[in-house]
Design a protein around this ligand. Structure first.
Ligand SMILES: NC(=O)c1ccc[n+]([C@@H]2O[C@H](COP(=O)([O-])OP(=O)(O)OC[C@H]3O[C@@H](n4cnc5c(N)ncnc54)[C@H](O)[C@@H]3O)[C@@H](O)[C@H]2O)c1
Length: 252
């Protein structure tokens, strides 16, 4: 039997990019997947169902408590609850690198609101269900920028640092409920968002492979194995940790 059979996973930012690959992978492993995105994520859910899996799509913004309550309620109504939350929705590729003195404060707030608060709102929306079901898993998608201290993206780098800290604090807070909280920190990944913003991300894209031990471009499929591990039975005594997935550029 597949490792996640009988489990229900809610994945944010599942319409495209890394989140879409995570949805498809968790479904292949047997999970019923609730695909959440502020862009209609119906295509990802339809692909899972067409392949014989179980999925539901909910158009929702992670920064809205009402939206996320609606997504969690839909998960409970259709699949009985939520066991796994993957906090993947984020703002990255659309950000133009700039000196920190020139980053618009509205953009700062939007990045922190989606990348940090969005994950907290999503966790609040499903924690009751996880407690009822006797435990759960939360996997936060961070970034190696937080370890490396990448310049000219101070808002993004800071937001991912907050995700790492939030992962540890929430792991302590929820351990007694059997809810394990971990993070995956990817390196620069050629995702749909990156492809759509090639004008300003191409410099990072060119530099990334040569900085790695495994010298090739990183794609969304490179991340899914670590997420699946942290969502499944093999990681049952691991919490508050971060797995770096970047082809051996930064050694964490
Ligand atoms: N691509 C990279 O190089 C890279 C590296 C490290 C970490 N990450 C992180 O991985 C995650 C996914 O990145 P990606 O490259 O696949 O991005 P992407 O832009 O291809 O996809 C992001 C998805 O999140 C959704 N989203 C954004 N804001 C949302 C909101 N408020 N509510 C609901 N959905 C929302 C978007 O609609 C989109 O479908 C992000 O958290 C990003 O920071 C990306």
């Amino acid at each position: 039997m597949a490792e996640l059979t009988g489990r229900v996973a809610l994945v944010t930012g599942g319409a495209m990019g890394i989140g879409r690959e995570i949805c498809l992978d968790l479904a292949r492993e047997g999970a019923a997947v609730v695909v959440v995105d502020r862009t209609d994520p119906a295509e990802t859910a339809a692909e899972i169902v067409a392949a014989g899996g179980q999925a539901l799509s909910v158009a929702a913004d992670v920064t809205s408590e009402d939206d996320m309550a609606r997504a969690a309620a839909a998960a409970t109504e259709t699949f009985g609850g939520v066991d796994i939350l993957v906090n993947n929705a984020g703002i990255f590729a659309s950000l133009q690198p700039k000196p920190f003195t020139e980053i618009d404060l509205g953009e700062w707030r939007a990045v922190m609101e989606v990348n940090v608060l969005g994950g907290v709102i999503a966790a609040r929306s499903v924690v009751g269900s996880m407690r009822q079901r006797g435990g759960g898993r939360i996997v936060n998608i961070a970034s190696t920028t937080a370890f490396k201290g990448v310049a000219f993206l101070l808002h993004y780098t800071s937001s991912k640092g907050a995700v790492l800290a939030m992962t540890k604090a929430l792991a302590k807070e929820l351990g007694g409920d059997g809810i394990l909280v971990n993070a995956v920190a990817p390196g620069f990944t050629v995702s749909a968002g990156v492809e759509a913003n090639a004008d300003h991300v191409n410099r990072m894209r060119d530099n990334a492979p040569s900085s790695r031990s495994i010298q090739r471009e990183m794609v969304p499929g490179d991340i899914v194995g670590a997420v699946r591990f942290l969502a499944g039975p093999s990681s049952a005594f691991i919490t508050g940790q971060t797995i770096v997935v970047d082809g051996g550029a930064y050694f964490h």
